[in-house]
Ligand binder design. Structure first.
Ligand code: NAP
Length: 313
């Protein structure tokens, strides 16, 4: 048929090219599996949008996110991993070989490692996109250091907002937590710690409607959801922790997920389907660090290697 898609067949395919996928590619390539990485839309995932990573071991002066992603890829390619700038539009996990379709190609594999990640949920307000990296952040561990002695705000009332808000008190002069209700969603221990921390203040029943500042954030516009009152609050930065969205739509109904869409894995990074592994933020709502994702990627690749060996035995 003239319109039939080209079919690419591999023992192992890795979906996603963030630290989990890249690390899996290094380990799988060194096991001579000749893995194919479908990079997804954002080559190297969230690290590619992180300015400097200062907590990845081996880089005492820090390393640029783009540089680290490229170093991972170069290392994987050195051992034979291949990268395809392609984006899966559908996946069929119900049969072997597993079938992945993109707009232009069809891929078949015996084993699959899902590392499609998660994205921080955005507020979607004026100034947010423009000031990302210039005072708007979604990662306290990554960017807190840049706010030494500054006054910052944190948006959200869940565990992440409080945990990160508490972490940020190590650097910031004050941390003002802005929450849309008057009751925190976070668990009791974090609630107690945050409420007792002298550096943390709260603004309740309030949403941020605009982020202001030209080259750096200078203020946020706030609206009280009960009274409708609006005011401008001066700040040096805004950290947004209103949840994350796992990129798992492709796999819904096919593999076990929790109620929020994270793919469920055991300690060996196995999913509910034999031969299908998951690693990194697609399976991790808690840690969300380059090193933890990379570690999970390594485990997934080692287990995929065992799985493929057993198929041949
Ligand atoms: P989360 O529990 O979904 O909390 C998100 C918070 O952001 C909620 O307070 C929510 O308000 C608020 N929010 C959502 N959309 C908003 C919007 N558009 N504008 C303003 N506020 C908005 O997310 P999370 O805190 O990232 O936690 C995710 C999961 O990881 C949870 O299961 C959590 O328990 C877990 N986690 C655990 C730990 C820990 O145990 N140490 C640490 C981090 C995360 P409402 O409360 O009004 O809905």
């Amino acid at each position: 048929m003239a319109n039939e898609k080209e079919t690419v067949k591999r023992d192992l395919i890795i979906l996603g090219s963030g630290p989990a996928g890249l690390s899996a590619a290094i380990y799988a390539a060194r096991a001579e599996l000749n893995p194919l990485v479908l990079t997804g839309m954002t080559l190297h995932g969230q690290v590619s949008t992180t300015d400097t990573i200062e907590n990845y071991p081996g880089f005492p002066e820090g390393v640029g996110g783009t540089e680290l992603g490229q170093l991972f890829q170069t290392q994987a390619e050195r051992f034979g991993a291949e990268f395809e700038m392609d984006y899966a539009t559908s996946v069929d996990l119900s049969r072997k070989p597993i079938v992945i379709e993109s707009y232009g190609k069809r891929y078949e594999c015996k084993s699959l490692i899902i590392t499609t990640g998660a994205d921080p949920r955005k507020l979607g307000i004026p100034g947010e996109k423009e000031s990302t990296g210039k005072g708007v952040s979604y990662c306290g561990t990554c960017d807190g250091w840049f706010f030494k002695g500054k006054d910052i705000v944190v948006v959200g009332g869940g565990d992440s907002a409080l945990e990160e808000g508490l972490f940020l008190t190590r650097f910031a002069n004050t941390v003002t937590i802005i929450h849309r209700r008057d009751e925190l969603r976070a668990g009791a221990i974090l609630r107690k710690r945050a409420l007792e921390n002298p550096k943390i203040k709260f603004i309740w029943d309030t949403v941020v409607t605009e982020i202001m500042g030209e080259d750096a954030v200078t203020a946020v516009k706030l609206k009280n959801v009960k009274t409708g009152e609006e005011k401008v609050h001066q700040t040096d930065g805004i950290f947004i922790f209103i949840g994350n969205i796992p990129n798992s739509d492709l796999f819904k109904g096919q593999v076990e997920m929790d109620a929020t869409g994270y793919v469920v894995t055991n300690g060996l990074m196995e999913t509910s389907i034999p031969g299908v592994f998951a690693a990194g933020e697609i399976t991790d709502p808690h840690f969300r660090q380059v090193i933890t994702s990379a570690g999970m990627g390594a485990v997934a690749a080692i287990q995929a290697t065992h799985y493929l060996e057993n198929l041949e035995a």
